[in-house]
Design a protein around this ligand. Structure first.
Ligand code: SAH
Length: 478
């Protein structure tokens, strides 16, 4: 380590920025966020954004001469302009005066640098690179940004308002820390971060009154895992996945996503294959209730979006009957994921003014779908669970008037390394796939928009780093 990160209280600290180019403005923002007393100096006229800050008295203006020489008023100097020779000369001189000097883009001339910040007030993370690998620092910052929820800082409000009372109940600091850690990483913290502050406070009060850390109220997270590629998870999904004590997952959840769970989390496979319900739906619903009532944070992971052909509604209905707290995290549904990764816009001004998501799982033959509506033109129709019913689907659409040459796509294992786009028409698809081995799950898209695939296809599964495709785990023909 070549540099020591320090946290400076810059409210009592004068900083001056010489120059007002883009770098200067970026550094200025960081200094202002920490309430630093900032002055700017430049030989040229200030740009509008800076002038506004000056007019609003957020920053003051001094001469370049003053900035360079007033070491008492400006212990911290940022040189953002001037040629390298001039900057080197000034930096040497000012460092000799004992000042902190940062020369933009010249770490070798500087004795301080301004790190990237991940601001979760009152906690701040600084990521610096000693100037040698700023790109790595930037990458690390975005990884951390994604990992630590923006609402993390809100937890401090909870701590500050309850600290005294918690201290009274748990005078021994080790036990108090354990209590806090359970609260902040558990249901209470989750309530707080998702904006349900009132409930968080009352839950904390209950837990504290019980003074029994092991009997905390559980919660269920109904989370959409997206169509396959783990990178399509939402930030909230990742956070809840990493927090859960137990996870119940489906066949359609990629193993890479299940792997994101804590290593000590219990994993329960409740996968559903067509005609092979590993665990019947009623039992899943009950299991969720039972586990939450044991005080666990239960993650219910579902492929795609939990509310689109996901029976998510039935599961939370049961939870609400039993007054088990829950939250729902949307996921990218297969239609959106497959269409995007196949270069097929589901709507398009010239081809389709609406899109329908339809189940292709045809109960008792065919009569339960409004075929004539589905056959009308200028719309895209997406069939989930449609592979088995494919011959019937194409036959009915044609019989109800959709043109035989309407383009049609069958997308296998969309967004994974096994994605395959099979393009044909309503009239030819059945024959076209007769000699092909198609692996489930598959999604069917019918409509003129499919013709855009030829031009807009961008995704190369062979190069994809995400999911390896996950349906080898179980075979069915949905
Ligand atoms: N809740 C899920 C859908 C569950 S129904 C969602 O929102 O996506 C299961 C059907 O979804 C499958 O039969 C298949 O038609 C479709 N499906 C899910 N993931 C898919 C994928 N990666 N590629 C193609 N189809 C997929």
């Amino acid at each position: 380590m070549k540099m020591l990160p320090l946290m400076a209280n810059t409210r009592e600290f004068g900083a001056v920025i010489i120059g007002h180019n883009k770098t200067a403005r970026r550094k200025l923002q960081a200094l202002l966020r920490a309430d630093t007393l900032v002055a700017v100096a430049s030989e040229q006229t200030f740009c509008d954004s800076l002038q506004t800050l000056i007019d609003d008295n957020k920053i003051s203006v001094v001469s370049v001469d003053d900035a360079l020489n007033n070491q008492v008023r400006f212990p911290l100097v940022i040189l953002a302009e001037g040629g390298a020779d001039w900057q080197r000369e000034q930096a040497i001189r000012m460092k000799a005066q004992g000042r902190l000097v940062n020369v933009a883009d010249h770490p070798e001339m500087s004795n301080v640098s301004l790190p990237y910040l991940i601001d979760r007030h009152p906690v701040v993370i600084a990521v610096g690179s000693t100037g040698e690998a700023p790109v790595l620092a930037r990458i690390m910052r975005s990884k951390l940004e994604a990992l630590i929820p923006a609402s993390f800082g809100r937890l401090s409000l909870l701590v500050s308002s309850w600290n005294e009372k918690v201290r009274a109940v748990f005078p021994v600091s080790k036990i108090r820390e354990r209590f806090w850690s359970q609260q902040l990483q558990g249901a209470v913290g989750e309530l707080m971060m998702s904006g349900r502050e009132k409930q968080a406070h009352s839950q904390l009060e209950t837990n504290l009154q019980a003074a029994e850390v092991d009997q905390l109220q559980g919660e269920v997270y109904l989370v959409g895992a997206g169509p396959g590629d783990p990178e399509l998870l939402t930030l909230r999904a990742v956070r809840l996945i990493q927090q859960a004590d137990v996870v119940l997952y489906d066949r359609l959840v990629a193993p890479e996503i299940v792997d994101l769970c804590r290593s000590d989390a219990e994993r329960i496979y409740v996968g559903k294959a067509r005609a092979d319900h590993a665990v019947p739906q009623g039992e899943i619903n009950q299991l969720l209730v039972d586990l939450a009532q044991e005080g666990k944070r239960v993650l219910r992971l579902k492929g795609g979006d939990p509310f689109i052909f996901g029976r998510g509604g039935e599961e939370i209905d049961k939870l609400s009957q039993h007054k088990v707290p829950f939250q729902v995290v949307p996921g990218i549904t297969a239609a959106a994921g497959c269409a995007a990764y196949a270069g097929i816009p589901l709507t398009h001004r010239d081809y389709a003014q609406s899109v329908r998501f339809v189940t292709g799982h045809l109960k008792d033959g065919t009569t339960n779908l409004p075929w004539s509506e589905l056959a009308s033109s200028a719309q895209t129709v997406v069939f989930y669970m449609g592979l088995v019913g494919l011959p019937e689907i194409t036959r009915q659409l044609i019989a109800h008037g959709r043109a035989e040459d309407t383009p049609m796509a069958l997308i296998q294992q969309g967004t994974t390394r096994n994605q395959r786009n099979i393009i044909a028409t309503l009239g030819t698809m059945v024959e076209h796939i007769a000699d092909k081995k198609v692996e489930p799950p598959t999604l069917i898209i019918v409509g003129e928009v499919v013709s855009l695939h030829a031009q807009l296809n961008w995704f190369d599964p062979e190069q994809a780093g995400g999911s390896s495709g996950f349906w080898a785990r179980r075979n069915d023909n949905s």
